[in-house]
Ligand binder design. Structure first.
Ligand SMILES: [Zn+2]
Length: 248
């Protein structure tokens, strides 16, 4: 049975029995890999190298391609990312990123996706509290774009016309971008004015604006976009959780 040694980020972790857990990893070369980790003691879990949510390390796995659940032999922890559990918004944001990856990724190799998630979780862990939601949005849009679904924001997704300064268009989920005011007359997507358009462009280009007006609306737009293009119509549960936390 081939044994592989691979960098791995824990996307999901749940108990299987008293001493074993099932974990889902993102790896650069093998995509998402589910493993069973046996013989785990509950005490001193963190310090004992137990793979926990969002942490990263080098996993040694008995990998048999035809099998759904692989066997974990060893996990050498390199990053705990304990800061992500510091508050619920930070935690919820990290789950948005991992859920997004889980909804899309299969077993195919995608080293860039691994790098993107690695940096995204790091940025989220160290983001200033006031930039937290914008950071979640930036990193999530970054993953969406990397998966091939970057929204079209520079010109009308229907007629191709450039937007004039104060123009109010509408977001067209089906086409994956914004329609100009002329093409948006008989549709019902969310209205996008110049400021929302600029903020959205900043987020997609990887800048997290410190002050992001209407953050919940941006989260809703991301969620609906993901539902349409990536998750097969299912909402990201973590986005609902995050929005509920923001409403307080
Ligand atoms: Zn148009």
């Amino acid at each position: 049975m081939p044994v592989v040694k691979t960098p791995a980020i824990v996307l999901q972790a749940f108990p299987y029995s008293e001493t074993s857990r099932i974990l889902r990893y993102l790896t650069p070369e093998h995509g998402v890999v589910s493993v069973i980790a046996k013989g785990i003691r509950r005490t001193g879990a963190r310090s004992g190298g137990l793979p926990d949510l969002f942490c990263e390390g080098v996993a040694t796995i008995h990998l048999k391609p035809s099998r759904e659940l692989q066997t974990l032999r060893e996990f050498a922890l390199t990053r705990t990312r304990l800061g992500l559990a510091a508050d619920l918004v930070r935690f919820g944001g990290a789950v948005v990123l991992t859920e997004l990856v889980l909804r899309h990724a299969g077993e195919q190799s995608h080293p860039e996706l691994f790098r993107r998630l690695h940096h995204g979780l790091d940025r989220l862990e160290s983001a200033l509290p006031q930039a937290l939601v914008a950071t979640v949005l930036t990193e999530a849009w970054g993953i969406v774009s990397l998966l091939g679904y970057e929204p079209q924001l520079d010109c009308c997704v229907s007629c191709g016309a450039a937007f004039s300064g104060g123009e109010i268009g509408r977001f067209d989920y089906y086409a994956g971008g914004i329609r100009c005011s002329r093409c948006a007359t008989d549709m019902s997507g969310p209205r996008i004015g110049p400021s929302a358009r600029n903020h959205l462009r900043q987020l997609v280009e990887g800048e997290a604006p410190l002050a992001l007006p209407r953050a919940p609306t941006h989260l809703q737009l991301l969620g609906d976009f993901v539902k349409y293009h990536i998750s097969g119509g299912r909402a990201l549960r973590s986005l609902d959780f995050l929005m509920a936390r923001l409403r307080g």
